[in-house]
Design a protein around this ligand. Structure first.
Ligand SMILES: Cc1ncc(COP(=O)(O)O)c(C=O)c1O
Length: 432
């Protein structure tokens, strides 16, 4: 059964039924510049009549919790920020919206509080297509407390667009970008006590945002569900690099493939991560914290790490002041938002980006290699192991030294995320 692209519950000409044109952050920021100020939005949210844009008629129902949150609430949760890792820490609520085939629409975004004992659980149909057939896609992004006391999300529209691509691939209804933005902002706002404070007080942590879309309707025969749940949860996470950047040795997985050509590697579906568990655990058991996959067809091209993209740097001078950024193009690689950010930063610096197939033979010729993704921005890789062979990376391989390009790019991204540096491309999105 194919399904008709759903409309947002409160229909507007732009959102109903038709495939959405992708919005760039730049265009969005123009649209958002007409929005009410942050305090006005906060008040309106509490009143339940916040409009996500002046050009749509989307409204938020009045089921929001009573307390109005403001910048003064940011980072006030009683947590030891410096001890946070990348684990689930319950906050006060998550938000959700449900799509049903009979109405072909999404319900208004609602907040769901975790209950008196803080259990982050929800009832799910025992025959849910997510549980049985893996009809589940997700996203990951972060909100940061910034130097100017505001809280901002990093490139959320890109996550909305990727979730849409993932949903289409698994024959799921699309979450309209405005609904995505509304849910993400609302969840961050309502849990703003859990955004680690800016600077030393918050130990460089952030609020991780996890949007999830899954088939919640029950079905025994294989087919798409008649009900889907879109939820957004948040959880505070620590800064992985509190002790400074440190390189790792990566392990090339040769026993398993991550993604087949024309399969689902290019989208963020839950099953990709289930399939990576055994290979990544085996790599860890051998002492390698991250594993690198090659292309499934020939085992000749570098694709990506289990949960992050691959980038190689070629210096054009002695110190890496001038360089080329090389990252694999492949139909089965997930288009990472951090990788895209690094490519764009590289181009802004006037350097070249090569987005093309990268052969395994090239690996040892890079001056720097790193993994890149939302969780830690950059993980420098200074050696790669394939079977018995160790492939050294750069001149300082094995010395624990992180290359200058990785360091510079890491610092630039973090500075933009936390409002310490200008954001000329309008990547950040104001929440509070
Ligand atoms: C397989 C895979 N590749 C790449 C990435 C990096 O994507 P992003 O930078 O959007 O986090 C991720 C992380 O989500 C991932 O799971």
């Amino acid at each position: 059964m194919g399904f008709v692209a759903p409309a947002h519950s409160i229909r507007s000409g732009r959102l109903s039924g038709r495939p959405q044109k992708r919005l760039t952050d730049q265009r969005v920021s123009r649209r958002w510049s007409f929005l009410p100020s942050a305090p006005q939005r906060l008040r309106a949210l509490a009143d339940g009549n916040w409009r996500s844009s002046t050009t749509t008629t989307t409204t938020v129902p009045s089921r929001s919790s009573s307390a109005v949150k403001s910048a003064a609430d940011v980072g006030t949760a009683a947590l030891a920020w410096e001890r946070l890792a990348f684990d689930f820490v319950p906050t006060s609520c998550y938000v959700k919206s449900v799509w049903r085939a009979d109405t072909n629409s999404w319900s208004p975004v609602e907040e769901v509080h975790y209950g008196p004992h803080g259990e982050p659980v929800m009832p799910v149909h025992i025959a849910s297509t997510a549980l049985h057939y893996g009809q589940s896609v997700f996203e990951g992004l972060k909100a940061f407390a910034c130097a100017d006391r505001h809280v901002r999300l990093f490139r959320p529209r890109e996550n909305a667009a990727r979730l849409e691509r993932s949903a289409r691939r698994l024959n799921m209804p699309v979450v309209p970008p405005e609904l995505f933005m509304e849910a993400v902002q609302r969840c961050v706002l309502r849990n703003c006590e859990y955004v680690p404070p800016y600077g030393a007080a918050g130990a460089g942590g952030s609020l991780y945002v996890r949007p999830l879309l899954f088939g919640s309707g029950g079905r025994i025969g294989l087919g798409p569900a008649d009900e889907y749940t879109f939820l957004v949860l948040v959880t505070p996470v620590g800064n992985y690099y509190r002790g400074g950047l440190a390189p790792v040795t990566a392990y090339i997985t040769t026993e398993y493939d991550r993604a087949a050509p024309r399969g689902v590697g290019h989208v963020k579906v839950a099953g990709n991560y289930a399939a990576d568990l055994k290979p990544s655990m085996e790599a860890k058991a051998r002492g390698y914290p991250i594993n690198l996959y090659l292309d499934a067809r020939e085992q000749r091209y570098v694709e990506e790490f289990g949960t992050s993209n691959f980038a190689g740097i070629r210096y054009l001078d002695e110190r890496g002041d001038r360089y080329v950024y090389v990252t694999p193009w492949s139909e089965s690689v997930l288009a990472g938002i951090t990788n895209r950010t690094l490519m764009e930063l590289t181009q802004l610096e006037g350097m070249a980006v090569e987005h093309r197939p990268v052969t395994l033979d090239e690996l040892g010729h890079f001056d720097e290699v790193f993994a890149t993704g939302t969780a830690v921005v950059i993980t420098a890789v200074d050696q790669v192991v394939r079977g018995e062979r160790v492939i050294p990376i750069g001149r300082t391989t094995g010395s624990g030294h992180v290359g200058p390009v990785a360091q510079r790019l890491y610092r630039q991204v973090r500075a933009i995320q936390t409002g310490e540096a200008p954001d000329p491309a309008h990547w950040t999105h104001l929440v509070i």
